[in-house]
Design a protein around this ligand. Structure first.
Ligand SMILES: Cc1cc2nc3c(=O)[nH]c(=O)nc-3n(C[C@H](O)[C@H](O)[C@H](O)COP(=O)(O)OP(=O)(O)OC[C@H]3O[C@@H](n4cnc5c(N)ncnc54)[C@H](O)[C@@H]3O)c2cc1C
Length: 396
């Protein structure tokens, strides 16, 4: 007889752990399955989040490595702008410690956890689990939640779509003391990271995470190797990783008996590729709606659609703004980016960014810009590099 749960969450990353916890707290029996060790695929992540994200994730400060107050921005031709905010704008976390803490919280809420176990097959409502030693087992549940990352098996099993665009990211951990312990460095340019950007983030003491993302078809690894030869970002190599960053949410994130959350649903910020904050917001909704659906005995698409409605209400507008910003950046030439840098470098504009910049909600900065008529002239200077207003607003 197969063991039966109310909900099985596939993927013990941060988003799966949060989803499972909320579902268990909603009063149902939950199994969380992770093919890797406790902590999942943590090595891929830079761990940069806003200060508000910790509360959304339900995490303590245990994983906190750094507090970031600003950054050096580098244009393609070498213009450097330093943005120094009056308060902490971001945190750097140890992703492994973070995920382990979230898994512990899920376990404390009553979630059964199986690590080193892959959900390898799904047929007729039954999931086959395969351990690292090749031992198989079968489990059943009323609801399957796919928190299994950008290449979601749950999405395939239930004929749900994949995120429309994937960036390939490559990251190195190097031994090197950052230029400033509380500053990140962001680099733009088609020779650095076409269509996106590269980063250098202070991590553990004397260590930095240097990485970039680029569209599929361009070797992010080669670009990273080149960046690591730059004397500003070179150091003793500790580790290199790569991973996918979904850009764009999937059109349908639920169907009868299943739903997708986190990277599997494309719930990342299109401006930065960060998935912890939006994913954390959506994970709570997934866990709550999942538990309610099980308790009501209605696992139909119609019942689960409240998940889709709720998460789109929570992040939809900001996600759409992020998509427009993402497509706009992808379209800019190096000269355009240089011109934008000259505008950002004007004291009034820089001041506004330092005051209002928010890595989760770049839309708020745009709004603050529009609320200051004195800055409209500077905005006009952005039009030629960004294109017509219509292009900016539609992202086309
Ligand atoms: C290089 C890089 C840097 C990043 N930096 C940041 C950052 O600074 N800030 C930020 O917010 N986001 C960042 N992200 C994005 C962030 O890592 C993801 O958005 C986040 O991890 C999403 O969590 P998740 O739980 O949905 O998916 P994942 O973290 O991918 O977790 C999915 C889990 O499912 C497991 N799994 C998959 N298939 C199966 C299966 N069949 N059976 C069992 N287990 C399975 C995997 O092993 C994995 O542990 C970065 C991503 C990359 C690639």
């Amino acid at each position: 007889m197969n063991k039966r749960y109310d909900i099985i969450v596939i993927g013990g990353g941060p988003i799966g752990a949060i989803t499972a916890r909320y579902a268990a707290e909603g009063g149902v029996r939950v199994l969380l399955v992770e093919r890797k060790d406790r902590g999942g695929e943590s090595e891929n992540c830079t761990g940069l989040v806003s200060p508000r994200a910790l509360a959304v994730l339900g995490a303590s400060q245990r994983s906190l490595l750094r507090q970031i107050t600003g950054g050096y921005l580098h244009s393609p031709s070498g213009i450097e702008i330093s943005i120094a905010a009056p308060e902490t704008k971001a945190l750097v976390l140890n992703r492994h410690i973070l995920t382990c803490e979230l898994i512990d919280r899920a376990a404390a809420a009553g979630v059964d956890i199986r690590i080193h176990t892959e959900a390898s097959r799904y047929e007729g409502g039954i999931i086959e689990l395969t351990t690292q030693n090749g031992i198989t087992d079968k489990v059943q549940a009323s609801l399957i939640i796919g928190a299994d990352g950008p290449r979601s098996a749950v999405a395939r099993w239930f004929s749900l779509p994949s995120p429309p665009k994937m960036l390939v990211a490559a990251q190195a951990i190097i031994d090197r003391t950052p230029r400033r312990e509380d500053f990140v460095e962001i680099l733009f340019g088609k020779d650095i990271a076409p269509g996106f950007f590269a980063w250098a983030v202070p991590a553990e003491a004397g260590r930095m995470r240097v990485g970039l993302a680029a569209p599929a078809g361009i070797s992010a690894q080669n670009l990273l190797d080149r960046l690591l030869q730059d004397r500003r970002f070179s150091g003793t190599l500790v580790a290199k990783t790569n991973g996918l960053i979904p850009i764009g949410t999937v059109d349908r994130t639920c169907t009868t008996g299943a739903l997708l959350v986190g990277d599997a649903a494309g719930q990342t910020k299109p401006t930065s590729g960060g998935g912890l904050y939006f994913g954390g917001l959506c994970a709570r909704i997934a866990g709550e709606v999942g538990a309610q659906a099980v308790l009501s005995g209605d696992l139909s698409f119609a019942a689960l659609r409240s998940y889709e409605r709720r998460w789109r209400k929570e992040i939809g507008v900001d996600h759409k703004f992020g998509m427009v910003a993402h497509h706009t950046l992808a379209r800019l030439s190096d000269d355009d980016i240089d011109r934008i840098f000259t505008v950002i470098n004007r004291p009034a504009v820089k001041d506004l960014i330092e005051q209002e910049g928010d890595i989760d909600y770049p839309r708020h900065l745009a709004k603050a810009f529009l609320q200051r008529p004195a800055l409209w002239l500077q905005l006009a200077a952005l039009i030629s590099p960004l294109g017509s207003w219509e292009r900016i607003l539609t992202g086309k």
